[in-house]
Design a protein around this ligand. Structure first.
Ligand code: WA2
Length: 281
């Protein structure tokens, strides 16, 4: 009898963990599709029209009103590709200079609002943010290529044409780890068999969404009202020997752990959910 109770416990944990992992994955997938659609919207109405049919007010209103379509995201933004030869003209037209992203220690001693940031140092190219949802308006004018995680994402997004995810890192003006999802925006309809070089050449900008993972997973789990029963942790396990905790407490105080795989749509990243009962058997 005690054996069958133990087996039942294993099953219950597996189904609860699996259900939560599927919910998180589905919500992530839904928001990823809408971020992809936003990249197409910018391509059609900003780059595809002269003059552009989108300004900050339009983009801000539209992204705020459609925020319900992007569960788990804390904001979306659009950064444009600017070559160094175009920088002076671009800055004159915008009325601001391209800013450098502050490193973490600098943000401790000063407010990281764009007006307090230093101009971006000379580079071959830049990715300044020109349009944002109000929730991330603090990144306007910042060169997203001047941040390591954002830069890697931009380079991978434009060479692949797919949605790509960063490793977990500390987002600007947030105290938690988050991730950024990026889709490249292209100027012409790319042939299906375009090479990475053709994609890089045709790229005109980058549509990105930031995910504040701890607060958003918390919100998701609250809807299930099971927090008395199980502990849920979410990890980036891309580097198998060094899993990064993205959500949860991590103190494993049990012998029974269930691991559910999470597919966030970027095959070069691995994620998983690990669950256990709060109450020991
Ligand atoms: N968005 C919001 N907060 C951030 C951040 C970011 N990146 N990076 C650090 N903190 C415009 O991939 C292009 C968004 C980057 C997109």
């Amino acid at each position: 009898l005690s054996g069958s109770i133990a087996l039942k416990r294993v099953d219950t944990l597996a189904s609860m963990c699996g259900e939560r992992a599927r919910m998180l994955q589905d919500q992530f997938n839904v928001s990823m599709n809408h971020v992809h659609a936003l990249a197409i919207l910018v391509s059609t109405f900003h780059h595809g029209k002269n003059p552009s049919a989108i300004d900050q007010i339009t983009f801000g209103e539209y992204t705020e009103r459609t925020a319900f379509e992007r569960p788990l995201t804390s904001g979306v933004a659009y950064a444009v590709k600017v070559l160094h030869s175009e920088r002076e003209q671009f800055e004159k037209q915008q009325g601001w200079t391209i800013k450098k992203m502050e490193s973490e220690d600098q943000t401790l001693v000063q407010d990281c609002s764009p007006e307090n940031l230093d101009p971006a140092p000379l580079q071959d190219e830049y990715a300044p943010v020109i349009l944002t949802q109000e929730t991330v308006s603090h990144i306007v004018s910042i060169d997203m290529m001047s941040g390591k995680d954002d830069r890697e994402n931009i380079l991978r997004a434009r060479a692949s044409g797919k949605g790509v995810l960063t490793s977990p890192f500390k987002l600007l003006k947030s105290n938690h780890l988050g991730v950024v999802l990026t889709f490249a925006v292209y100027n012409t309809e790319l042939p299906l068999d375009a090479t990475p070089e053709q994609k890089i050449e045709a790229c005109v900008g980058y549509l990105g969404a930031s995910y504040d993972v701890p607060s958003l997973v918390e919100k998701l789990l609250q809807q299930l009202a099971s927090k008395q029963t199980i502990v849920v942790n979410v990890y980036d396990t891309t580097n198998a020997s060094n899993a990064i905790l993205m959500y949860g407490s991590d103190v494993i105080d049990t012998d029974l752990v269930h691991v559910s795989n999470l597919d966030f749509g970027d095959p070069s990243r691995r994620h998983e959910m690990r669950c256990w009962f709060k109450q020991k058997a």
